[in-house]
Write a protein of this length. Structure first.
Length: 389
């Protein structure tokens, strides 16, 4: 072989070896990339929204030959188990059999035979089925990304959080969660895609709260065992629960803000946006209601916590607005990371953090809290000592 031929052969061999090395490098890069994408700690926040339970109810209601066994199979679906749980919390119903009977009655075109069957509202679901199917289609076209993009900045360690949403059709309420990482949307009370999205964001953030921290508000009663301290222990327990609810609902309402409902076309969205505008222009009144609530639980004859909760969070939900304003003020001054931080702390620390802001008490958008409210939060921070009474 001539020198030039050997040189050409050597160059060809060199080229081949270079190509092999490049291919090995590409393969290694692809393997590393696959490992990175599959590593749990580096995955994007996992949020799944399941519409199977709602779809199953709609199909069942369109079947005039629906059997009891078929209705029971629908009741057993995970989302519908959440609906039954919510009805149980409202003291409306507590068994799969009641759900199945209500579904069967509506599918057969019969009037509800009991208050429980009426409570599931399946006849209303049946009548609104075409519109609900359209809304379900929209939800399935990308709501998971919308939820993830909104809640991620405010979620502690978001890449370690996995949330499951369930869309249901029937029962009470627009959305709910039970302290864990599952959340629910009731499309019966969601007549607009914007309202449905904001409700899912709100409830998904409750799921993020459930993943971040579980506050034992009952332990205050257990640590004060002396007869003279029982009243104080009860007050500390009730006020801790109230502040927890203020934190949970306030931060969820801030993240899933009703301000987004300004573009809503549905009657529910328009009504709630109107309430949002009104109550956010009366925030000192919401702070006053919180003050009255705290004082009433520490009265010589304390108002039961359940009564306080119904007044503050049911119906118009006045307490949502002061909680949302507190969360907004914290985010305004300290950023989303501060909201993520308060999710990992008890509710009374959320209240105290708000009182330490530079903007605190400066105007009606940052109203001062009452003396009883601040004292109760500080009392809990200090460990609820007997001398605090």
């Amino acid at each position: 072989m001539s020198h030039s031929a050997r040189k050409e052969a050597g160059a060809s061999q060199h080229t081949i070896m270079k190509i092999i090395r490049i291919n090995h490098t590409i393969a290694a890069v692809l393997l590393n990339l696959a490992a990175l994408l599959c590593a749990p700690s580096l995955l994007s926040q996992q949020i799944k929204v399941d519409t199977a339970s709602a779809r199953a109810v709609l199909r069942a209601l369109q079947n005039p030959s629906l059997t009891y066994d078929q209705a029971m199979a629908v009741a057993k679906l995970e989302g519908n188990q959440g609906m039954i749980h919510e009805m149980r919390d409202l003291s409306e119903a507590d068994t799969d059999e009641q759900f199945a009977r209500a579904l069967l009655t509506a599918a057969h075109g019969q009037p509800p035979a009991s208050a429980v069957e009426l409570g599931y509202n399946f006849t209303a679901v049946k009548n609104a089925a075409p519109a609900m199917s359209v809304l379900l289609n929209r939800i399935e076209m990308g709501f998971e990304k919308d939820i993830r993009d909104r809640i991620r900045p405010f979620t502690p360690k978001p890449d370690n959080v996995s949330l499951r949403g369930f869309v249901v059709a029937g029962g009470d309420g627009g959305g709910y969660a039970f302290g864990g990482t599952d959340f629910y949307l009731n499309i019966l009370n969601s007549d607009d895609v914007i309202y449905a999205r904001q409700t899912l964001i709100h409830e998904a953030f409750h799921g993020a709260q459930g993943a971040a921290f579980h506050e034992d508000t009952d332990h205050w009663k257990k640590q004060n065992t002396q007869p003279a301290d029982l009243a104080l222990g009860k007050f500390c327990s009730d006020s801790a629960e109230l502040f927890k609810d203020i934190k949970d609902e306030g931060t969820a309402m801030f993240v899933g803000s009703d301000e987004a409902l300004k573009d809503s076309n549905g009657a529910t969205g328009k009504r709630i946006y109107s309430e949002y505008l009104y109550y956010n222009s009366h925030l000192p009144d919401s702070a006053g209601l919180l003050e009255i609530s705290v004082a009433s639980m520490h009265a010589p004859r304390p108002v039961p916590f359940k009564t306080v909760y119904r007044i503050d969070f049911w119906g118009k939900g006045f307490a949502y607005y002061i909680g949302s304003a507190m969360a907004h003020a914290i985010d305004e001054e300290d950023g989303p990371a501060a909201i993520a931080q308060v999710l990992e702390q008890p509710g009374y620390e959320f209240v105290l953090r708000y009182t330490r802001l530079k903007s605190y008490g400066k105007d009606s958008d940052h109203p001062r809290l009452g003396d009883n409210t601040v004292h109760a939060a500080q009392l809990l921070h200090d460990g609820c000592p007997a001398s605090g009474q």
